[in-house]
Write a protein that binds this ligand. Structure first.
Ligand SMILES: C[S@@+](CC[C@H](N)C(=O)[O-])C[C@H]1O[C@@H](n2cnc3c(N)ncnc32)[C@H](O)[C@@H]1O
Ligand code: SF4
Length: 275
């Protein structure tokens, strides 16, 4: 059994937002969700080989999955010790009973703020959950001194909620002749500025080093990306050992921050559905 600190489970391709440079490529108007039976099959295929400390409900926008609660229940039945983390843009939280999240303890919600002019909408949705209990403490986890990345966290036994602000997006591909192509960077330099360098993704029953390569290989307009995901017959120890380290595939990403986007600049995030 291989222990993994965090594993992202991609359960939705679609998103209610389109953020330029999204590492799940959701700005390419991707549609749909991963069918529930396929998510269960993925979890069951891997349950005796890997055990994540934190399993993230990831996408796209995971709140668009109609069987989100069933997925969480299944994951917890298979890995009883796992902490489930929901990573969401937060707009659709108001569709859910604010009490429901307390059933999944230990449970965490990271609400990513994508537009500063909509932060009040997101905060209101978080506070509707917070209001259900009186035993929260509030922690300021970073001081925001970089001006881009700061978080405030609400904590109670078995639960945490925080707002994530990621003001700089590294675009994980280059573009030529209307195709997405690899940058052909130095892998170590690209890995050093990666926005998410330590988190493997479970995607369609296989393990990928990161969200961009998992999602990119599914798009029609790509050229020159060479990567073989790890399936259940593959060398799982080698895959796990490479987590958090640069590999050849990291050459697809830029090695310089000149290809980063100011995520909070006007026009970089298109909100398709507010509610
Ligand atoms: C891909 S999103 C998926 C979950 C959900 N839709 C959300 O926005 O939180 C997960 C996280 O990745 C961050 N992210 C997306 N693209 C990124 C990029 N190019 N560089 C750094 N962070 C990125 C987002 O800000 C978000 O916090
Ligand atoms: S909210 Fe933005 S970052 Fe999250 S999946 Fe959607 S497009 Fe990507």
């Amino acid at each position: 059994m291989h222990k993994i600190r965090r594993l992202d489970l991609n359960i939705a391709y679609a998103c209610n937002l389109a953020c330029k440079g999204c590492l799940s490529l959701s700005d390419f108007d991707r549609k749909g969700i991963m069918p529930f039976k396929d998510v269960v099959q993925s979890i069951d295929t891997w349950k005796d080989q890997i055990t994540p400390d934190v399993l993230t409900m990831f996408g796209g926008e995971p709140l668009l999955h109609p069987k989100l609660f069933d997925i969480i229940d299944h994951a917890k039945s298979v890995w009883p010790q796992v902490t489930i983390r929901l990573i969401t843009n937060g707009y659709l939280l108001h569709r859910f009973d604010p009490n429901v999240w307390f059933d999944f303890s230990p449970f965490e919600i990271q609400v990513s703020v994508h537009r500063l002019d909509h932060e009040n909408i997101i905060t209101k949705n978080i506070l509707s959950i917070i209001k259900q209990k009186s035993d929260w403490s509030i922690v300021k986890t970073t001081d925001g001194s970089d001006g881009f990345h700061h978080m405030y966290e609400w904590q109670r036994p078995g639960m945490k909620i925080w707002k994530g602000k990621f003001g700089q997006f590294v675009i994980p591909y280059d573009q030529k002749d209307n195709k997405l192509v690899p940058f052909k960077s130095n892998p170590a330099k690209a890995h050093a500025i990666c926005g998410n360098p330590n988190v493997p993704v479970m995607y369609k029953n296989k393990l990928y080093k990161c969200a961009p390569i998992a999602n990119l290989l599914d798009l029609p307009n790509t050229k020159g990306f060479e990567y073989t995901p790890t399936d259940i017959q593959g060398n799982i120890a080698k895959f796990v050992n490479a987590i958090g380290k640069p590999e050849n595939i990291c050459s697809m990403c830029p090695e310089s921050k000149t290809h980063s986007i100011d995520h909070y600049q006007k026009g970089e995030v298109h909100v398709k559905h507010l509610d």
